[in-house]
Design a protein around this ligand. Structure first.
Ligand code: HEM
Length: 219
């Protein structure tokens, strides 16, 4: 399988994951509301997503995208390392590229660690019923709000979730720009606009995801 095909898979799955993050962030912004409102809304929304057959298909596409994205990113990173094994004191190839673009492998590893911990905290517990049980709220919905709230009353998790949003921000900023380039988008003015959109997107997503745990902690 050639490099272009591998990079295209990384780009397409990455763009899909970027869309997922907007939807996921919007849902999690409910956590910023006062507790009396947030609990019912968050739990109803979560039940709606879990029980909708169409969303179930999208969820499988999401899991597949994460697996393909990580797998091909690893292959490309290993191939690049093999192709350029020596490190030079001055690397002129870096002149035109950012720190994030040079360290996508390392940044991606941090995000992978985050996703594994995150899925163990929520997904495995809520969807697979692993670990401590999940209670129900007054409407009979799984109390996902309580799972979130109790996790974010542990300051170590708050710090972990918030800190890991820094590499996520760098990854999204560089990833969004390079995905469009990989897929053949080379319009000069368009790329300038894309660069700004990618920066705003990365800042909004990482800052909001990063402050939600603190707000829940302080409630
Ligand atoms: C404040 C931060 C976050 C909170 C409170 C949060 C909360 C949750 C919750 C409650 C679930 C389980 C949903 C359910 O089954 O009802 C979930 C699932 C998930 N989250 Fe997050 N999340 C956060 C940040 C993130 C970030 C930054 C990413 C990705 C980089 C992410 C990726 C996922 C994925 C892939 C799933 C599994 C999707 C599914 O349920 O099928 N989350 N999250």
């Amino acid at each position: 399988m050639n490099l272009f095909f591998r990079k295209s898979i990384i780009a397409v799955t990455g763009l899909f994951l970027c869309i997922f993050l907007i939807v996921h962030l919007s849902a999690n912004c409910i956590l910023l509301l006062p507790e009396e409102m947030a609990r019912g809304m968050y739990n109803s929304y979560s039940t709606l997503l879990r029980e909708n057959p169409l969303i179930k298909i999208v969820a499988y596409a999401l899991y597949l995208s994460i697996i393909l994205h990580v797998f091909y990113a690893l292959l490309v990173t290993i191939r690049n390392k093999k192709a350029k094994p020596e490190k030079y004191a001055i690397n002129h190839a870096q002149d035109n590229s950012t720190w994030a673009s040079q360290n996508m492998g390392l940044i991606g590893t941090f995000i992978l660690i985050f996703i594994i911990v995150h899925l163990a905290n929520f997904w495995a517990r809520i969807k697979l019923g692993m670990g401590e049980g999940v209670g129900v709220d007054s409407l009979g919905n799984k109390d996902v709000y309580e799972v979130t709230s109790s996790l974010f009353h542990n300051i170590y998790y708050v710090i972990f979730y918030s800190l890991l949003m820094i590499p996520l921000g760098f990854h999204l900023h560089h990833g969004l720009k390079s995905a469009f380039k990989t897929l053949g988008f080379y319009h000069k003015k368009g790329l300038q606009i894309l660069s700004k959109v990618a920066l705003i997107y990365a800042l909004v997503v990482s800052i909001l995801f990063g402050i939600i745990p603190f707000i829940v902690y302080l409630k």
